[in-house]
Design a protein around this ligand. Structure first.
Ligand code: UP2
Ligand code: SAH
Length: 283
């Protein structure tokens, strides 16, 4: 059954299987996905609308936050590189305090809460404090951004596995297994990698990945302003200088498939070429 919201928009009524309830004193840890609000799960939407308090990160898009009822208390506990407006221990404490006060609490994070999201740490604190919780997974950036850029993470001909790693590497304290990361026939997806892109490029090439391996940097994947920068591994740091956070770095032969398979938003910026000027923006 469809109900009309306005002349342009039709939304389905809530399906009968959306019946999970958030109890008073309970926390729902929710993944918001990479940005496109339509990638939110039905369960996430339902819990967002039941919440008394929502603690959110910067990566959760404004469109998603606008789905929260106006009576709900919103608390921003987001982080930016090098700047944690609310330290992690304080976020943990807020979750416990709001739950113990009997609120229905939503903790919403970009992507999936268990992938580079400290979701595990937050839940351990809730467990220790005896607070009940539920976890609603989200589409992690590696899955969402590559899908919207037309890059299949695996492909029988080019990549038998995909590795997700954080680029937040300190050269002086680097315990990454670069030989494993540089292996061929796999797709490497690097979160938070822009700042260390030059080091990542050098290490991958030094440990055997071909300098000509296709790469893409996907900025604000799945969002209307998504941008894709493409080139080869030896261009990585120069391309990274053009991109802004949040961006993912994707390394592997599968990136070349996006020449055919890209379908969303702006065409990619190809390293060494002028940006195409004629395109249709589907967003
Ligand atoms: O250079 C880039 O491409 C990424 C820039 C960036 C960093 N963190 C680098 C970084 C961004 C994106 C941005 O600024 O928009 C972030 C933000 C970030 N980091 C989020 C999103 C938070 C939000 O939406 O509000 C998250 C997820 C989360 O739940 O906290 C992270 C996660 C994160 N930050 C990890 C992984 C983890 O498991 O927590 C780490 C590394 C491990 C750790 O415990 O410190 C960090 C720290 C981090 N991210 C640093 C930097 C680079 C820098 O500033 O030099 C280290 C400095 C810091 O602590 O902020
Ligand atoms: N829990 C999140 C990751 C948080 S770490 C998830 O599962 O996606 C923050 C990093 O995620 C950013 O620095 C960036 O590398 C990546 N990221 C998050 N959203 C993104 C998006 N829409 N497009 C590209 N990268 C994104």
């Amino acid at each position: 059954r469809l109900i009309a919201v306005n002349a342009q928009t039709l939304v389905p009524s809530t399906p009968s299987y959306v019946k999970s309830q958030l109890a008073s004193g309970e926390v729902a840890l929710i993944g918001a996905g990479p940005g496109d609000p339509e990638l939110l799960t039905l369960k996430a939407l339902s819990f967002l609308q039941q919440a008394d308090v929502v603690l959110y990160d910067y990566l959760v898009s404004d469109e998603i936050m606008s789905l929260v009822s106006s009576e709900t208390i919103l608390v921003c506990v987001g982080k930016r590189a090098g700047h944690h407006s609310v330290p992690q221990h304080k976020t943990n404490q807020l979750l416990v305090d709001f739950a113990k006060q009997g609120h229905k609490v939503v903790r919403i994070k970009g992507g999936d809460p268990f992938i580079f999201g400290r979701g595990g740490e937050e839940l351990e604190v809730l467990f220790d404090a005896g607070v009940k919780f539920q976890v609603i997974p989200g589409i992690t950036a590696a899955a969402g951004a590559t899908a919207y850029a037309g890059i299949p993470l695996t492909h029988r001909d080019y990549a038998q596995s995909a590795l997700f790693v954080t680029g937040h590497l300190k050269a002086e304290n680097d315990d990454m297994d670069w030989s494993t990361l540089a292996r061929g026939n796999q797709t490497l997806v690097i979160y938070m990698g822009l700042m260390k892109s030059s080091y990542i490029q050098d290490q991958l090439i030094e440990h055997g990945r071909q300098a000509t391996t296709p790469i893409a940097i996907i900025e604000r994947g799945t969002q209307r302003t998504q941008q894709v920068f493409k080139g080869q591994l030896s261009d990585l740091s120069q391309l990274a200088a053009k991109a802004q956070a949040p961006s993912l770095i994707v390394v592997g032969e599968v990136v070349a498939l996006s020449d055919k398979l890209h379908w969303f938003g702006e065409p990619a910026f190809q390293y060494g070429q002028a940006i195409e000027t004629t395109h249709i923006n589907y967003a």
